[in-house]
Design a protein around this ligand. Structure first.
Ligand code: IMP
Length: 201
């Protein structure tokens, strides 16, 4: 019988928690979410890189809960926009931005940019830390192209505009399984999982 170990994923997003739980099934590691710690206040994401934000969130949650914590930070980087929206992806169109507003702003910013110059990537940084200050980190990138108009009804965020040329579909046209198998978050998580065993040993 493995000893019970618990980690907190620094999110209230049930999809992300379920994904990590599934990947850690049979490892003896229990995954908690921030819903299990209602007193945990807002964590400021003041970093200038995805990795910095992931570290800030993981450190804050480990400190507040006394448990090892995992955090991710992700976004879309567009070459023709010098990497924007980047760490500002969620609020590209302003403080109360919606997915539709963010996508409209992105299309407008690229209106004069021809197809061959619309390269972009989704990036995800993951950081895990223990209350005694040990760390594990991983990163994933998913290259693609920004489509001229939205396509597909699945996913969230910039998925309808993110076209994967190797598949001939946007991220919003993929099943969740197809997306997880190649996404920036799927890649980062797959790299982090083997490191967690050592971190929690
Ligand atoms: P978060 O790091 O999960 O909070 O994501 C930050 C923002 O990046 C989201 O609000 C989305 O706008 C964008 N983003 C991150 N990952 C994805 C994705 O897989 N598809 C579409 N948009 C994403």
């Amino acid at each position: 019988m493995p000893t019970e170990k618990a980690i907190v994923l620094a999110t209230t997003n049930r999809g992300k928690i379920a994904e990590l739980r599934a990947l850690l099934a049979n490892t003896g590691i229990t995954v908690k979410g921030l819903a299990d710690f209602p007193d945990m206040g807002d964590i400021p994401e003041t970093g200038t890189t995805f990795a910095e934000n992931a570290r800030l969130k993981a450190a804050a949650v480990a400190r507040a809960t006394g448990l090892p914590a995992v955090a991710d930070d992700s976004g879309l980087c567009v070459d023709a926009l010098d990497g924007a929206p980047g760490v500002h992806s969620a609020r590209y169109d302003g403080e109360n931005a919606t997915d539709a507003g963010n996508n409209a702003k992105l299309l407008d910013a690229l209106r004069h940019v021809p197809p061959e110059k619309r390269a972009a990537r989704f990036v995800c940084a993951m950081a895990a830390t223990t209350p005694d200050g040990r760390w594990a980190e991983a990163r994933g990138e998913w290259p693609g192209v920004i489509a001229p108009s939205p396509r597909g009804g699945g996913g969230f965020g910039y998925d309808p505009l993110f076209f994967d040329p190797s598949l001939g579909r946007t991220a919003a046209q993929l099943t969740p399984e197809e997306k997880n198998a190649r996404s920036h978050r799927g890649q980062a998580l797959a790299r982090l999982i083997p490191l967690l065993d050592t971190l929690l040993a």
